[in-house]
Design a protein around this ligand. Structure first.
Ligand SMILES: C[S@@+](CC[C@H](N)C(=O)[O-])C[C@H]1O[C@@H](n2cnc3c(N)ncnc32)[C@H](O)[C@@H]1O
Ligand SMILES: [Zn+2]
Length: 279
């Protein structure tokens, strides 16, 4: 079956998980390759089997080249120890899961490979990222959508993954079922410290305090797991790491050249995993 037909079938079977991002009404129908709400707002399926919910084209800092580098780094396992912790705290492994700002899809795919069952949907505002996700991974449903105008139904999701991506706690609260979890992964002070040290030697150290405070405001009972490890890198992966991290966007070209020629053999990954539950 063609990917676009599979996508139609998925949506037909899961209409209750979505709502129109314009008028918030339910979707009632798929006509041809368009999903239509009761007010006749319609959204296109792509040949790759994705659904496009953006109301206007978005500007994105991540180009395809960076996304490819991020994918290679992900597939090489930079974040695997973090993802193993993430899956260990998911309460309902056979529930409905949503990866917010999923990028090119490798994290959600890895979670599925490690035993995440149920229904899995990933979305990102970047069309390039979602195209890459859908081209490689067929174990989840992928949408282009904006968290600020999200097309997800209320009280319908068991788990939200929010890995290194923006949050909207009001929206998370709306779409989660009662007892559902937000699992948010944020960098800690020493995350990629080897690169950070080059970016701004005189800068104050990176702090995630604001992000953590905001999370605890919304989920005062939140659990937290800290994780820290070093990951070995070969030269190729070092170049991809520099290419994919927003940190290196602030490095001028001569420093970047120097960094490329003096590769680090190990990189530090230090992160916080925050787990909030909707009452
Ligand atoms: C640092 S990347 C992380 C991507 C992926 N979670 C990962 O860890 O590889 C942040 C992602 O959030 C996405 N993003 C930013 N604003 C968004 C929004 N309003 N709605 C959906 N995704 C958004 C970006 O396009 C980008 O892919
Ligand atoms: Zn509508």
């Amino acid at each position: 079956m063609k990917k676009i037909e599979k996508a139609k079938m998925f949506i037909n079977n899961h209409l209750h998980l979505f709502q129109c991002p314009v008028c918030k009404n339910q979707f009632i129908d798929i006509k041809g390759y368009q999903l239509t709400c009761s007010n006749r707002h319609s959204f296109d399926f792509s040949k790759k089997g994705t659904l496009h919910f953006l109301l206007k084209q978005s500007q994105n800092e991540y180009d395809k080249d960076m996304l490819q580098s991020r994918r290679l780094i992900a597939q090489e396992g930079l974040w695997y120890p973090v993802l193993e912790k993430v899956i260990s705290v998911v309460n309902n492994k056979n529930g409905v899961h949503l990866d917010v700002g999923c990028g090119e899809g490798s994290h959600l795919h890895h979670l599925i490979q490690k035993g995440l069952g149920g229904t899995n949907i990933g979305f990102d505002i970047s069309k390039d990222a979602i195209q890459l996700a859908a081209a490689e991974y067929t174990d989840a449903f992928w949408c282009v959508a904006d968290l600020a105008q999200s097309p997800y139904a209320s009280n319908a999701y068991d788990t939200i993954f929010n890995i290194l991506s923006p949050s909207n706690y009001g929206e998370f609260d709306r779409i989660l079922k009662s007892g559902g979890q937000v699992i948010k992964v944020v960098p800690a002070e020493k995350y990629l410290i080897e690169i950070r040290n080059f970016v701004g030697k005189n800068n104050t150290p990176y702090s995630n305090k604001e992000v953590l405070d905001k999370f605890y405001q919304h989920y005062p009972q939140a659990d937290r797991i800290s994780i820290s490890y070093e990951h070995n890198l070969n030269f190729t992966m070092w170049k991809h790491l520099l290419n994919m991290t927003p940190l290196s966007w602030n490095i001028n070209d001569s420093i970047k050249e120097k960094l490329i020629l003096e590769p680090f053999k190990k990189i530090t990954v230090e992160m916080e995993i925050l787990i909030g539950t909707k009452e």
